[in-house]
Design a protein around this ligand. Structure first.
Ligand code: HEM
Length: 505
């Protein structure tokens, strides 16, 4: 029997950590006397540069700084004691050096009351913390080639059916116009994620509720920066995580118990949960016991929900966001859709569960322009020389992917969507492209995400063509309300593809 993880109320520890870090900084590095990279003057010492971020959004504020001050910018978030010193990096060589060599990793905020960030974070973890390596191992074991083939079959089934609903075209009509299909696409992405990682199917309402949870960490992040009472909201959001996933977890447990040793042949997608339960110290036999004691304890245990959510968040947010941005670009380019449809029609994604060459380039180009992660952070616990500057210990290094990917010396005419840039694979080398990050801390779920996007495109283009009104701008949410970049709702028109019209399929 395992005791549940209790939540700490941590306003005090937040303050304590802030003061401790500040004192350590002062002791270790007399940084005031050494050169620092240039940065924008602080308008408000109490908030650091948060007010600019509040006004402009994360991406745009940081772009403004890097455009003005260069590819290394020192900035400050929050007041001196609690705040964070942040080195914003858009120089490819330094980005590569930092991402591939830097061992440690932390999110921007210290571990606080709701334990949604930091060492025990729902998603981002400290690279030195054991949970990081353990999680990576659990993910990797669920993404082996045979399991990817299994995921591929599930994705195909779900998307084939879902696309029919999303792009519904009444008999006789040649096209259907849809505005803001974002939530629908994300809901299907959510359904696929739950099916592949927890082995159960969910209804519309459950998929919808789980999708609501995806928005919580984003709102929490904004609250923690801008709202001094964020602890209250945090506790409620964490509790909702448990309530939402509880019935889903219950059904998954029922399946695990009912299938017994047959799970590996009949439902290998249950493997992630089975292995995770063993990893967290639960006795599978006792979870099926008639008295139900262990089962109740598990269903109350917040740690397991956090763990599950660490797969759900990127499998829905980052993956679904990429699908939506890509859909917009496809909708602007009928020729590209035909080319991609032909390539995907000839591919066997069940046997070779990975993106086809042109699609691989489209995914790279979409993530170049719209990196789902605003940037990748690393925590410096020792002072370093970077780009000729002395960067003190205690600084967060922040590789700003948006700026990095739109550097005209890496990618001429950087605002234009052009998958052909990556025909030469070296175009992504030298730290110029880091859509899934680089090095040992890079994304563990890349193969899953790319396969998922492949199925979305295959199912869509097998029968439909998307059209986005000419000149409709592609706007994004700039990280307001979500932790991944999402496009603002846009209008798409779905038509029968020529092939479908001719063959009547
Ligand atoms: C298009 C979709 C995705 C994109 C663009 C993406 C991108 C990223 C990026 C940039 C990082 C940061 C790595 C670093 O700190 O160096 C990351 C980390 C990670 N990703 Fe993904 N990701 C995607 C999908 C997924 C999926 C589907 C999963 C799992 C199901 C996943 C699991 C993870 C994990 C576990 C980490 C490490 C988190 C940590 O411990 O800090 N990702 N991803």
């Amino acid at each position: 029997m395992k005791s549940s993880v209790s939540e700490r109320s941590g306003g005090a520890s937040y303050l304590r950590d802030g003061v401790r870090n500040w004192l350590q900084d002062l002791r270790r590095t007399p940084f005031a006397r050494r050169p620092l990279p240039p940065g924008p003057p602080r308008r408000d010492r109490l908030n650091g540069h948060l007010s600019e971020i509040r006004e402009l959004g994360y991406v745009r504020a940081m772009r403004l700084w890097t455009d003005t001050y260069g590819s290394l910018v020192m900035t400050y978030l929050g007041p001196p004691v609690l705040g964070r010193r942040l080195l914003v990096i858009t120089d490819p060589a330094i980005a590569e050096q930092v991402l591939t060599q830097e061992e440690r990793r932390k999110f921007l905020l210290p571990q606080g009351a709701p334990m949604v960030f930091g060492d025990k974070a729902v998603f981002c973890t400290d690279g030195d913390a054991p949970i990081h390596a353990e999680r990576a191992c659990l993910y990797a074991r669920h993404l082996t080639p045979p399991l990817l083939r299994r995921h591929s079959a599930l994705m195909r089934e779900i998307w084939d059916e879902a696309i029919e609903r999303i792009a519904t075209i009444a008999v006789g009509a040649s096209s259907a116009r849809r505005f803001g299909i974002n939530a629908e696409v994300l809901r299907v992405a959510q359904r696929v994620a739950i099916r592949c990682w927890l082995g159960v199917d969910v209804c519309e309402r459950e998929a919808h509720e789980a999708l609501e949870r995806y928005y919580d960490p984003g709102s929490l992040l904004s609250q923690s920066f801008f709202d001094s009472l964020y602890f209250v909201g945090a506790a409620q959001r964490v509790e909702k995580l448990r309530t939402t996933y509880r019935p889903i977890l219950e059904r998954a447990l029922d399946r695990i118990v009912a299938l017994g040793d047959r799970w590996e042949d009949e439902a290998p997608e249950l493997g992630f949960l089975r292995r995770s339960l063993v990893h967290f110290g639960w006795d599978l036999a006792r979870l099926g016991a008639a008295d139900g004691g262990d089962r109740r304890a598990l269903l109350d245990d917040l740690e397991i929900y956090r763990h599950i959510f660490s797969a759900m968040l990127p499998a829905v947010g980052s993956t679904g966001g990429t699908m939506l941005f890509l859909l917009h670009y496809l909708g602007c380019d009928p020729g590209l859709q035909d080319e991609l449809a032909a390539e995907l029609a000839g591919a066997d994604l069940l046997d070779r569960p990975r993106p086809t060459p042109l699609l691989g380039r489209c995914i790279k180009e979409t993530l170049r322009l719209h990196p789902e992660a605003i940037g990748v952070s690393r925590y410096l616990d020792q002072a370093r020389e970077l780009g000729g500057f002395h960067v003190p210990a205690g600084t967060f290094l922040f590789v700003h992917l948006h700026g990095l990917h739109r550097d005209p010396s890496s990618y001429p005419d950087p605002e234009r969507f052009d998958p052909a840039r990556f025909v030469d694979p070296t175009a992504a080398h030298g730290g110029r492209w880091a859509g899934f990050s680089l090095g040992r801390m890079s994304c563990t779920g890349r193969s899953f995400a790319e396969l998922h996007i492949s199925h979305f495109c295959r199912s869509l283009l097998a029968r439909r063509r998307a059209r986005v009104a000419a000149g409709e701008p592609l706007l994004d949410n700039d990280y307001q309300g979500s932790v991944t970049l999402q496009p603002r709702p846009f209008e798409v028109e779905f038509e029968w593809s020529r092939m479908s019209r001719e063959t009547g399929v």
